[in-house]
Unconditional design. Structure first.
Length: 515
């Protein structure tokens, strides 16, 4: 039964560099601790060449002008760990979350799907690299051997079955995660490698250091196998980005949003899912640090909200990060935040990817993604409340409706409802047409509107409606359904119309025509 281990070297540093890829080619150090006693806890090779060491103070590190200093970010580490889990779940559903920087995978039966163990290891490396994480991957029939080799050796390492001890024998015994007490004992004995530990008699080792020594002896011999403690796959996708300096302009903010959206889309696509909605929280600066700074057009300095939220709900799930970025830009242009942004928290709601049957010669039309972008552009001009699908309100007020966001589900439900029950169509005139009506008694006999005189053939009504009498915009109407014949038209016309009499305004209106 083969196992794979994924290890992220220098995990604290990679969690930060993953959000700022330009730092790959720059010396960088990560600090932690209470101010002003910041200490260096992680750094890359370029910083090490400059002379940066672990435990160095921030003041000492700042003496190197080329170095870039970042604070440790636990939210970014959590996001990087979840991205690592997404990469592992895209390969195998049986995953153990061993540590923030270590995952263990059961590869049983996956050779039929992905090929040889070497190809699985390379695929795991490639998938992790797509998510912005450089990892070590080791494959072995022994899970503990795979875990140790992933921490010790870079690149994909595949151990042939039965040769685990040969790969472990040169490694230092400290790679076995010893307790401090046992490490001191082995150091006094002169046991420094896994080979020297595996050569010790098991019974004598058990008598002197107990069961921990027996367990480590089996691991050093390449025989320490165990079942995995499986982690249930989660569908929670979020990304964080904390800025060193607040951003008060749309262009640099869009650049950061595009980077986070690309990371989310890559993670969700690796799980064979798509994005249904995106929620973004911006942590804002409470006040400007200097009143002498020029005002920006993108921000309104009067607002003092600490959190600004922005959300997108898509009618069709997608993994197109460029489309999502355009929609977010349009949303922020129409409703910008009120202060410079210091931190970005983005959460994506996943859904199943939409599949469609394409034509042989023509693409599916219209493209739903382009339609959503067009609707967003129109909403940025006329306002979101004026774009969408009309929805009737639960009232008797004539022509009362509201606009709701367009969605495929609502349109499909409306079509199914119409198919289930046969109804006649009604075309509403907006605004209603002013009419002149002649009465015989209390019943309309002749109607004229838009220069067309007509004779009433049949009349049904009136239905009297009124409401909102306690408000200034109350209404009171008498409604008739009339069959009208227009003999003066060529050819003569005849149709069914809805005509109402506004009691308060003392006027007649034609509300619409029945199909």
């Amino acid at each position: 039964m083969p196992f794979a281990a994924i290890f992220v070297p220098n995990f604290t540093l990679q969690a930060i560099v993953r959000c700022e890829p330009e730092l790959h080619v720059q010396p960088i150090a990560v600090i932690e601790g209470p101010p002003p006693t910041y200490r260096i806890i992680a750094f890359n090779r370029l910083a090490e060449k400059l002379g940066v060491t672990r435990g160095m103070t921030k003041a000492n590190a700042e003496q190197f002008q080329e170095i870039r200093i970042r604070h440790r970010s636990e939210p970014q580490e959590e996001a990087a760990h979840r991205a690592l889990l997404d990469a592992a779940w895209s390969i195998s559903a049986l995953v153990e979350d061993a540590a923030p920087d270590t995952l263990l995978l059961d590869l049983s039966g996956l050779t039929r799907l992905f090929g040889t163990q070497e190809e699985i290891a390379r695929r795991t490396l490639a998938r992790s690299s797509e998510l912005g994480i450089d990892v070590h991957v080791a494959v072995s029939a022994n899970v503990e051997t795979a875990r140790i080799l992933a921490r010790a050796l870079s690149g994909p390492t595949v151990v042939p079955e039965g040769q685990e001890s040969r790969y472990l024998e040169t490694l230092p015994v400290g790679m076995l995660s010893l307790s401090q007490e046992l490490a001191d004992i082995l150091e006094r004995w002169g046991v420094t490698t896994c080979k020297s530990l595996a050569s010790l008699p098991v019974l004598s080792l058990s008598e002197r250091v107990g069961q921990e020594g027996v367990r480590l002896h089996a691991i050093a011999s390449g025989k320490g196998n165990r079942p995995l403690l499986l982690t249930e796959p989660a569908h929670h996708f979020e990304e964080w980005f904390e800025l060193e300096d607040p951003v008060d302009n749309l262009e640099p903010l869009s650049f950061l949003l595009g980077r986070l959206l690309q990371q989310l889309c890559t993670r969700i696509a690796a799980r064979v899912l798509a994005i249904r909605a995106v929620n973004v929280d911006f942590q804002l600066q409470r006040s400007f640090e200097s009143t002498a700074q020029p005002a920006r057009e993108f921000f309104n300095a009067k607002s003092s909200l600490p959190i600004y939220s922005c959300s997108l709900k898509l009618p069709i799930p997608t993994v197109d990060h460029a489309l999502l970025l355009k929609l977010l830009r349009l949303r922020l242009q129409s409703k910008p935040p009120g202060a410079p942004v210091r931190k970005i928290h983005m959460v994506a709601e996943p859904d199943r990817a939409r599949t469609t049957q394409g034509g042989l010669f023509l693409p599916a039309s219209p493209d739903p993604q382009r339609l959503e972008l067009t609707i967003a552009r129109v909403a940025a001009v006329v306002g979101e409340s004026n774009v969408g699908s009309p929805q009737l309100l639960d009232t008797h007020r004539p022509d009362s409706y509201q606009m709701r966001k367009f969605s495929i589900a609502s349109v499909t439900a409306s079509i199914q409802e119409q198919q289930a029950e046969t109804r006649s169509g009604f075309r509403v005139f907006r605004p209603p047409l002013l009419a002149r009506v002649q009465l015989l008694g209390k019943c309309p006999t002749r109607v004229s509107f838009q220069g067309m005189p007509g004779k009433v053939v049949h009349a049904s009504g009136p239905w009297r409606t009124s409401g909102d009498w306690w408000e200034d915009n109350s209404w009171q109407e008498d409604v008739w359904d009339l069959e009208i014949h227009f003999p003066s038209e060529s050819p003569p016309l005849q149709g069914f119309y809805r005509v109402s009499y506004d009691v308060r305004g003392e006027r007649w209106y034609v509300r619409g025509v029945y199909d």
